[in-house]
Design a protein around this ligand. Structure first.
Ligand SMILES: Cc1cc2nc3c(=O)[nH]c(=O)nc-3n(C[C@H](O)[C@H](O)[C@H](O)COP(=O)(O)OP(=O)(O)OC[C@H]3O[C@@H](n4cnc5c(N)ncnc54)[C@H](O)[C@@H]3O)c2cc1C
Length: 548
């Protein structure tokens, strides 16, 4: 035996370590999601969602999610002969993920096959995919939001709509006319202003053929391999929105130059670029000078997806925590059976169930847009749900990471990726403050939206004294117009909690709803997860959150 290099031998047997969570059905094990989907109008999609849940929980798809993230996209600015290409090279798993999302209509399914519950069914599938990969949801979502905007422009819709509604993902970097399916991105944010899009300095001038020439930069341009972008720029009548394809109709690469990639904290599977528009060719979308309402129409959908996506990230974190604690023992018991750990897990389960109920309720409002009450509700609920669900996400993911002990902090496991992804939905598509101010705007401009929101809350009256007190106090708060802007976060949080409480009181088992109200609405809520009152039915909450 070589004394310097002894044979590799184990000094010990590996015991009491969990194994990877895989080959489970992400839908079958998510009872709150199943119930919410059925309640909000997508009961017909049950079998379809079960099939998607089996895929998403399989080792194969979990591995695609991992590979797409550990193999970040590469920017290929030039070909080997020095010709400018501005191309992005992705790992095959990224393409697999986009293929899955497009095949199952997570981008434009509800537009391609409109029916009652279509947006809710899509939302449930989206929640599940967010559990395994999030970067690919970015172009998926932008494409979802672009359809209602482009529908208004017949000259663009004629050629592009069939490709947008197609279920085929076509990864090729070629003109759209030669492709089987397309994706859309958006360019709003510039160096000097993101939330305040009016600060854009990118300029657009109209050419004699009716097209526009766009010159300027975009500080964030996600998914730059998309086939076209909705881009804001200043035109003679003010800020306007333009449709800018990667290739011009005559088959030339449009003058969109990628400058560099962002080195992002998370969302690493997705490419995020800085770009310059060097006289790019574009076409006006919507009315000239009305760029903000035009892009906001897209923003309503992308904001819905932020709420749904964060619900999925939280569910993934909870599932990992439940799985881990069901296999790992300490001090003579499984962690899952330790009373204090039960409190932490149950508290997280309440949060995820409340987020699930709220995000799918919001998705239903997108299914019934012709209904006055639903469209008013959608107006106020979209920024409200985006704000609150996305705000809760990093806190919950951090707690779920800690549940794993040291393993939670190690890159081989899923928790660091979930953690890095967790704040993003709160930042883009309108950051937290901007969402809260938008709720105030909805209240001021559409007073009936508050009425319809209260109509969702009031049926829960009489089921919990704490809830009743909360809502009557909240009504007083809503009457108080003093310093409303500085109080916006508090007001939106309190409204969100009231609605989550109402949905749980109306539709969830009593042990879930009462524990939620006893903490979130009692006014003495503990600051960390794991502070449910001692009389909570921990075991029932946990069995519901993670059924055998
Ligand atoms: C990974 C990633 C990808 C992105 N992809 C895209 C993309 O594809 N296309 C695109 O156009 N943009 C994209 N963005 C940009 C994103 O939408 C902006 O970063 C976001 O809208 C905030 O704008 P900002 O960065 O300019 O921050 P600012 O607008 O400077 O905001 C900074 C802070 O101030 C707050 N704030 C702003 N106004 C007010 C106010 N009136 N009162 C109180 N607080 C206020 C905001 O809530 C925020 O917290 C991306 C961002 C990230 C991180």
């Amino acid at each position: 035996m070589d004394a310097k290099h002894p044979p590799l031998m184990a000094t010990h047997e590996v015991i009491n370590q969990a194994h990877a969570l895989e080959n489970y059905n992400a839908y079958a094990r998510n009872i709150p999601l199943q119930e919410a989907a059925a309640r909000e109008g997508a009961g017909w999609a049950h079998d379809w969602l079960m099939a998607r849940g089996a895929e998403v929980g399989s080792a194969e798809w979990i591995e695609h999610g991992r590979l797409a993230n550990v193999n970040a996209p590469q920017l290929r600015l030039f070909d080997r002969y020095g010709n400018r290409r501005d191309e992005v090279e992705f790992h095959p798993s990224w393409h697999e993920c986009l293929g899955w999302l497009k095949r199952h209509g997570c981008d434009t399914g509800p537009w391609a096959e409109p029916k009652k519950g279509a947006h809710v069914a899509r939302a449930a599938a989206y929640v599940m995919f967010a559990e395994i990969e999030d970067g690919s949801l970015c172009p998926t979502t932008m494409t979802y939001g672009a359809v209602p905007v482009l529908k208004h422009v017949p000259e663009i819709a004629r050629d592009w709509m069939p490709l947008l509604l197609s279920r085929e993902y076509d990864r090729r970097f070629i003109p759209a006319a030669q492709k089987k399916g397309v994706l859309i991105g958006m360019g709003l944010t510039e160096k000097q202003g993101g939330s305040d899009v009016r600060a854009n300095t990118t300029r657009a001038e109209q050419l004699s053929d009716g097209s526009w020439r766009i010159v300027g930069h975009k500080w964030f341009l996600s998914a730059p391999m998309c086939d076209a972008f909705l881009v804001t720029a200043q035109s003679p009548k003010g800020l306007s929105c333009f449709f800018v394809p990667r290739w011009t109709p005559d088959g030339r690469l449009n003058e969109i130059r990628i400058q560099r990639f962002k080195d992002k904290m998370g969302d690493r599977s997705n490419a995020g670029a800085e770009a310059e528009f060097w006289g790019s060719t574009g076409w006006l979308v919507g009315e000239e000078g009305r760029g903000i309402p035009t892009v906001l129409e897209m923003g309503v959908y992308t904001r819905l997806d932020c709420a749904i996506g964060s619900t999925g990230i939280m569910r993934a974190a909870l599932s990992q925590a439940m799985h881990h604690t069901s296999l790992r023992a300490a001090f003579g018991k499984l962690l899952r059976q330790q009373p204090l750990m039960q409190n932490v897990l149950a508290d997280m389960a309440l949060e995820v169930e409340a987020a699930t109920a709220l995000s799918l309720r919001l998705a239903r409002a997108f299914d019934a847009q012709e209904d006055e009450a639903e469209s008013q509700l959608r107006r106020i609920l979209t920024p409200l749900a985006k704000y609150w669900i996305c705000k809760r996400c990093p806190t919950l993911v951090a707690e779920a990471m800690e549940v794993h002990g040291g393993n939670g902090y190690v890159e081989e496991g899923p928790m660091p990726r979930l953690f890095r992804q967790s704040p993003l939905n709160s930042i883009w598509e309108g950051s937290g403050n901007v969402m809260c101010l938008d709720v105030l705007r909805a209240m001021a401009k559409h007073p009936r939206s508050v009425e319809f929101l209260m109509a969702e809350i009031e049926p829960a009256f009489g089921k919990s004294a704490v809830f009743d007190r909360w809502v009557s106090w909240l009504k007083d708060e809503l009457q108080d117009a003093d310093a409303i802007e500085s109080r916006a976060r508090r007001l939106v949080q309190d409204l969100a909690l009231a609605l989550q409480g109402a949905l749980l009181l109306r539709f969830a088992p009593d042990y879930v709803a009462q524990a939620f109200c006893a903490t979130r609405l009692a006014g003495d809520w503990g600051y960390a997860f794991g502070t449910l009152p001692k009389n909570s039915d921990f075991e029932s909450i946990l069995k519901r959150a993670w059924p055998e």
